[in-house]
Design a binder for this molecule. Structure first.
Ligand SMILES: Cc1cc2nc3c(=O)[nH]c(=O)nc-3n(C[C@H](O)[C@H](O)[C@H](O)COP(=O)(O)OP(=O)(O)OC[C@H]3O[C@@H](n4cnc5c(N)ncnc54)[C@H](O)[C@@H]3O)c2cc1C
Length: 398
């Protein structure tokens, strides 16, 4: 672990470093220069100091007492209080990990007028829900959400592990809070395991999906990880209601954000492919963009959505938000019908959890057939029109 060190014998209190710091991490107090936890070790102050009074030094972490850090904290992702389903996936995984090392699972819910929604969490096997409910948290603002997160970890719980959804908000909040504790963060994990000594094994694809990297934060706590949506199984709610809500607060100073929201425009809500129950997936087997209407027609008949492999996104035939795979979205639908998709490792890593995989491909040796429950070896230009016709006629038989 590293930290900013001030040599107060050299420092002349000129204040140049204070003005240079983007993060307000330096302060003069009692005729001394002090650095705060908001320091990101960017080094700007070191470069500007005329007296070379600042330096980044390594702190020996051999003395880190892992036993002081206990439990798993799950960040509750939400939109105006509506809890995102990834939260239940994180709780599910946290409960599984907690059993191995006899930890308890906790939740952190930051927002405005969230008390009613927080009650939903009382149905889960969660020891305590730390709730920061304040008008300043009405909209997500990275700086003050991080302040509340930091307060929770410093004043209420010293968690060994913190799990955050790999969503847009999670990807902004996780690095911000991990930096405050100068500890490790692994982004976009697709699997998590735990060792008996409480080290979290954070597993994610690396090198274009050719290997699964296992990342460990051996010398620091907490261990932060963001987790991909739709890769873990949701926790089951219980009938028993727990009295586990704890209202928390932070100082007014920490509620002051540098971010000003000038206006909010609601985006038209479209169902993400990650939430669809039925998906028809198009791949390079399609010869012309116009032919994709075949897949759309089938998806409409089945009340499903059309998704894509990366090749058609790269061609500009499909939008990026429809891409499945390592560099796209992870999906876990009831039924997935892949049409002209070969089944590269990068594609499969984003859909292998699907319940029923139906694959249409002309090549009997294509890798998609290794994971397909219903392999159909044939030309999509013959099979899709026949399928559509049969569904329309209501027969379903060939
Ligand atoms: C770092 C990195 C990240 C990546 N991320 C992703 C990702 O997130 N998602 C992703 O999809 N890819 C990703 N890729 C690309 C990936 O490696 C493949 O290139 C891609 O998945 C192939 O797409 P495809 O299956 O549509 O095309 P192809 O591999 O070209 O397969 C086309 C298939 O269609 C079949 N076919 C042809 N004609 C017909 C027909 N008439 N009827 C039926 N079948 C037919 C062929 O037999 C073939 O199997 C990534 C690559 C890298 C390096």
């Amino acid at each position: 672990m590293q930290e900013l060190q001030v040599d107060n014998h050299r420092c002349t209190l000129c204040g140049k470093c204070i003005s240079a710091c983007f993060y307000d991490a330096l302060e003069m107090d009692d005729r001394k220069l002090l650095s705060h936890d908001t320091c990101t070790l960017c080094g700007m102050c070191i470069d500007i100091c005329p007296e070379a009074a600042l330096a980044i030094s390594k702190i020996k972490m051999n003395d880190m007492n892992k036993a002081e850090w206990n439990g798993i904290l799950v960040y509750v992702e939400h939109d105006q209080g509506e809890i995102h389903p990834i939260t239940y996936e994180l709780i599910g995984k946290a409960l599984e990990l907690a059993k191995v090392v006899c930890y308890k699972v906790y939740c952190l819910f930051i927002g405005y007028r969230i008390a009613e929604k927080a009650k939903i969490l009382m149905h889960y096997e969660v020891e305590q829900v730390f709730m920061y409910d304040h008008a300043s948290f009405k909209y997500y603002k990275e700086d003050i959400y991080t302040n509340a997160f930091e307060d929770c970890i410093k004043n209420h719980l010293k968690p060994s592990i913190v799990l955050i959804g790999g969503t847009e908000i999670g990807k902004s909040l996780a690095p911000s809070i991990a930096t405050r504790f100068h500890t490790g963060l692994t982004a976009d994990c697709t699997e998590l395991k735990i060792r008996e000594n409480s080290d979290l094994v954070q597993i994610r694809p690396a090198f274009g999906g050719n290997i699964m990297a296992q990342i460990i934060t051996e010398n620091h706590r907490p261990q932060f990880a963001t987790v991909r949506y739709k890769v873990m199984s949701e926790a089951e709610p219980q009938l028993q209601l727990r009295d586990n809500l704890l209202q928390c607060s932070i100082e007014d100073e920490k509620l002051k954000s540098k971010i000003e929201i000038l206006g909010v425009n609601d985006l038209a809500k479209t169902e993400s492919i990650s939430d669809a129950k039925i998906l028809v997936v198009v791949g390079q087997g399609f010869q012309r963009k116009e032919d994709l209407s075949l897949a759309q027609e089938l998806a409409d008949l089945l009340n499903g959505k059309v998704a894509s492999s990366r090749t058609l996104v790269e061609k500009g035939w499909m939008p990026y938000e429809k891409q499945i795979g390592l560099s796209g979205k992870t999906v876990k639908p009831e039924i997935i019908i892949t049409c002209g998709v070969s089944g590269s490792i990068q594609f499969i890593s984003g859909m292998k959890g699907s319940k029923n995989i139906i694959a249409i491909n002309t090549d009997i040796n294509s890798p998609i057939f290794k994971i397909a429950h219903q392999p159909i070896c044939g030309d999509l230009y013959e099979i899709l029109p026949r399928l559509i016709k049969k569904i329309k006629s209501g027969s379903g038989k060939d």
